[in-house]
Write a protein that binds this ligand. Structure first.
Ligand code: ACO
Length: 323
């Protein structure tokens, strides 16, 4: 059977780093509160010339370099983002143009923090369906543009950045030992739409709006939803937590990550945590975390890696792949 195998990965971060202490004069908060409640120590914040398209382009170029490919080799770009450069056209198309790519096709995918997991699962279906051979999957966000910088309960939590993977079709035996995407499980439930949302949009206010979140409500649902979807993925693949080499969860909150890993029986040393460095970068958080663990030599060819995310909607999902 056809498998979607990772050929390369890359990341891009805005130049400016904002430490927790930098909020102390802006809103009533402290480094201690932020670290204790979330595990976040710093985040990158985009300058005016750094956009979802420019960060996505930089991450895409890095992923292509690591795959030993050029834009000419790619036939599909899927960009996961909730902070596009414009309402339309899709920022994926803008990235396609920035890469000098005038063949194939590109589109955006909007599932907030779960966007990258949705995009990898979607790319895998395009590849297995024969509609694409090599896909650039990008998660890129500039959440700093939709934050209410006077709201301490949200502005300290998010950051900007981008990450990307190149997936390529390869023949596999149809076994768990194959490289590539092995199983995926996606969920959403709009009954929760008012717990984490942006209070503007083209068809309602005609404005971009600001992020609003009932943090405690999100927290309450997160661990159960994450563990349910991961158990569904384990059962589809016929594996248990012990078979995993690496767990790369969405980086929203260290307490959610720890509680999910504990409930699933995933050993602490297998969990990749970068929330301290990047904050919550929404659809960019999983590929950014992957880029750190690949660069420092933890994730290696042949490793069994579980990706997971949960976000606004709510949306949630997991992808199991062999690197
Ligand atoms: N600094 C200091 N105090 C603060 C801050 C801050 N930055 N923010 C809130 N507080 C205060 C609150 O006002 C509250 O004060 P009160 O008790 O006087 O009312 C107190 O701290 C406790 O607030 P809680 O909201 O109960 O704090 P909690 O322990 O739940 O932590 C947090 C808040 C970090 C937001 C947590 O609820 C959380 O992480 N939730 C999940 C968020 C998440 O994962 N979101 C991303 C989902 S992915 C996506 O799609 C974007």
């Amino acid at each position: 059977m056809i498998r979607s195998v990772v050929r390369g990965n890359g990341a891009a971060l805005p130049r400016r780093i904002m430490k927790n202490a930098d909020f102390e004069g802006m809103v009533e908060t402290s480094d201690e509160w932020i670290v204790q409640r979330t595990g976040i120590r710093q985040r990158h914040v985009a300058a005016d010339d750094e956009t979802t398209a420019s960060l996505g382009e930089d991450a895409a170029r890095a992923a292509l370099d690591s795959a030993g490919m050029t834009p000419a080799d790619i036939d599909l770009i899927i960009l996961a983002t909730s902070t596009p450069n414009n309402t339309f056209p899709a920022t994926a198309v803008e990235i396609q143009n920035r890469l000098g790519m005038h063949h194939g096709f590109a589109f955006d995918m909007q599932a907030v923090c779960s966007g990258f997991v949705y995009a990898v699962a979607t790319a895998d279906l395009y590849i297995r369906g024969g509609l694409a051979k090599r896909v650039l999957v990008i998660g890129s966000e500039t959440f700093s543009r939709i934050l209410d910088w006077s709201d301490r309960s949200t502005c300290v939590l998010f950051g900007d950045g981008a990450g990307a993977l190149v997936l390529e079709a390869e023949d596999g035996a149809g076994a768990i030992t194959d490289r590539g995407v092995l199983a995926a499980s996606l969920r959403s439930d709009g009954v929760h739409k008012d717990k984490l949302f942006v209070d503007g949009g083209p068809s309602t206010t005609g404005t971009v709006g600001h992020l609003r979140m009932e943090g405690r409500e999100v927290f309450k649902h997160a661990v159960g939803m994450i563990t349910d979807v991961i158990e569904a993925t384990f059962s589809e693949a016929g594996i248990t937590a012990e078979d995993l080499d690496w767990f790369v969860p969405h980086q929203a909150n260290k307490r959610i990550i720890d509680a999910s890993a504990k409930k699933l029986g995933i050993a602490e040393e297998k969990v990749v945590v970068t929330v301290d460095l990047h904050g919550n970068t929404s659809a960019a958080s999983v590929p950014l975390a992957l880029s750190v663990a690949v660069a420092d030599g933890r994730i290696k060819k042949g490793d069994l890696v579980l990706l997971e995310a949960m976000g606004g909607g709510f949306t949630w999902g997991a992808v199991l792949l062999r690197w």
